[in-house]
Unconditional design. Structure first.
Length: 151
């Protein structure tokens, strides 16, 4: 029973820490709910005029998975580098197979566009030549008729 005492003590300390964290948060935290003004999004002094997209781009996760794959590959290559002379041909073949599998997975991800970030860039035509009619139309436009602006 004495060998389980440290495990029990650690469990009690963990539960105590969790409970005290909740109690401390409720005692030290704000007592009232934030107002609508504090909950409103605010960036660089400009109130946004449209809602942010709901979905997060999947490419971010693909980039992070590529990073993890190569990070794991490096972790597995360190022991190989330490005992390279003891492994001889068998070790070299095993590391080459591992590297080929990682390379094939990387090429698959690249072929599916994992590293192409953002929308495809297309060449746009330049702005049309300004005339007095276009300038007058732009200046006389009311703020409520301008797209993307609230009255």
């Amino acid at each position: 029973m004495a060998q389980y005492l440290p495990i029990f003590a650690l469990l009690v300390l963990g539960l105590l820490f969790g409970a005290l964290s909740f109690v401390g948060s409720s005692l030290l935290g704000p007592k009232k709910r934030p107002s609508a003004a504090k909950l409103a999004p605010y960036e660089c002094g400009i109130v946004p005029d449209r809602e942010p997209p709901n979905r997060f781009p999947v490419r971010f996760y693909l980039i992070s998975m590529i990073f993890i794959i190569f990070d794991i590959e490096i972790v597995f290559l360190y022991p190989f580098a330490v005992i390279f002379k003891q492994l001889h041909t068998f070790g070299l073949v095993e590391v080459l197979v591992f590297a080929v599998v990682v390379l094939v997975s990387f090429l698959y991800l690249v072929s599916n566009g994992a590293l192409s970030w953002g929308p495809a860039k297309r060449l746009r035509m330049g702005m049309p030549e300004r005339t007095s009619e276009s300038t007058i139309a732009r200046v006389t436009a009311t703020p409520s008729s301008t797209p993307g602006r609230a009255a």
